[in-house]
Ligand binder design. Structure first.
Ligand code: SAH
Length: 393
């Protein structure tokens, strides 16, 4: 077994059972891409068994802190069983569920979503890439399913020096799927959709939004960054009279339109605007339009903490415009899925936006990713998605 030694003092995060070691913390040692290595402190103390990533800034990702545990097929079966057992205890109002959420499930770099009878996996670290076949077999055995589609086209692959890989890993057939979320039906294509096909992490917030639209009697709703219209369907279910989905992806909007019909809502209650959100907010303001509710669910403006400052300006700007476009008493559902923006910083950004818009608001909801995208105590980086529900004063 190859050995990697950590610089003196740099073992602290591993001692706290945080799974990452950055390149600058490695004193010596190396291995092939994804190979399992024994990680030791400068004094030779065992720290963990880890996967080696020769090209990534995150040079090591810990598999286990137990010296006696072996990283083999049985190891992956145990981790997958544990993740599935956790999901089985959650009451998830959908047949589309995140089964494996990377570090939080002890499998750094592995994302697995289940859409009804189809699994979709993303392998974004050298470690899980090396064990791909073993992991695929273990996933099928644990779920009893036969179809596993690979969507290893995330940007993180590039940082690991891994090529894009997509296609059926196990089984085959059509890639179009209809899921049930709450009382709604939604369609997606696991080959063509964003991420693994759908934004499962916003499931609970879409439910909360539907309830809030009803509770606060919101009639006109502007759903910005709508993707395939999940929040739009929620708004219609909540009784909104007029819902506008705004996105720059034509195919996503076509699906949003289809979802309105699929869920039995009159097409006249919904519009799809294929447009840039920033320009749209400015145009609405210039035209004197106002809304009872606005959703802002932008893409990741800050992929890492290094991008936080520029991202903060972008978040502030759209939130400022949204505050100005809200009727008095109107509802803003605003999100950030940037790992580099903490919930505290996000709150400050939204506060600054409100100040610039001369608008104050009551925070009526604090939102985060659904529980099948778990956060663990030891891995604060997992807290990527945060949102606020705000009632304009
Ligand atoms: N709210 C959605 C997920 C949004 S993901 C849901 O519940 O499913 C972010 C979306 O923003 C993507 O669909 C992407 O196409 C869109 N997008 C990114 N930049 C944009 C821009 N400048 N203007 C409009 N849409 C944009």
């Amino acid at each position: 077994m190859k050995k990697v030694t950590i610089r003196p003092g740099k073992e602290r995060s591993l001692v706290k059972r945080h799974p990452w070691v950055f390149e600058s913390s490695v004193a010596r040692g190396g291995a092939d891409s994804g190979e399992t290595v024994r990680v030791e402190a400068a004094d030779g103390t065992f720290l963990c068994w880890a996967a080696f990533s020769p090209q990534s800034q995150i040079r090591l990702r810990a598999w286990t802190f137990d010296e006696a545990e072996r990283v083999d097929a049985a190891f992956f079966r145990r981790r997958i069983d544990q993740a599935l057992a956790m999901r089985a205890r959650l009451e998830i109002a959908s047949d589309a569920v995140r089964l494996i959420h990377g570090e939080a499930d002890g499998l750094p770099g592995l994302i697995v979503d289940r859409y009804v009878d189809t699994l979709v996996a993303q392998f974004t670290s050298a470690g899980v890439e090396r064990w791909k076949g073993v992991i695929a077999d273990a996933l099928l055995a644990a779920t009893g399913l036969t179809r596993l589609y690979e969507r290893s086209d995330a940007q993180a692959r590039e940082w690991e020096g891994l090529p894009v890989q997509t296609g059926w890993l196990r089984g085959d057939g059509g890639t179009a799927i209809t899921i049930r979320e709450h009382d709604w039906r939604l369609t997606l294509d696991v080959a063509e959709g964003h991420k693994t096909g759908y934004y499962l992490d916003q499931r609970d917030s879409r439910r909360r939004f539907a309830d809030a639209v009803r509770q606060f009697g919101c009639r006109s709703v502007l759903n910005c960054f709508s993707y395939t219209g999940g929040f739009s369907v929620a708004a219609l279910a909540g009784g909104a009279a007029e819902v506008i989905s705004v996105d720059s992806s034509g195919p996503a909007l076509e699906r949003a339109v289809a979802h309105v019909a699929l869920n039995g809502f009159d097409a006249s209650r919904h519009q799809a605007w294929d447009a840039d959100v920033n320009a749209t907010l400015r145009r609405c303001l210039a035209e004197g339009r106002r809304f009872d509710a606005i959703v802002l669910d932008p893409p990741k403006f800050a992929p890492t903490a290094a991008h936080a400052e520029r991202a903060a300006r972008a978040y502030k700007d759209i939130n400022r415009l949204a505050f100005m476009l809200l009727n008095d008493g109107g509802l803003l559902y605003t999100f950030s899925c940037s790992g580099g923006i903490s919930p505290d910083l996000f709150h400050k950004i939204v506060a600054g936006a409100g100040l610039d818009a001369s608008v104050d608001g009551y925070i009526v909801e604090r939102l985060s990713a659904a529980a099948d995208h778990p956060q663990t105590v030891r891995f604060p980086e997992g807290d990527y998605l945060k949102g606020l529900g705000i009632l304009r004063r």
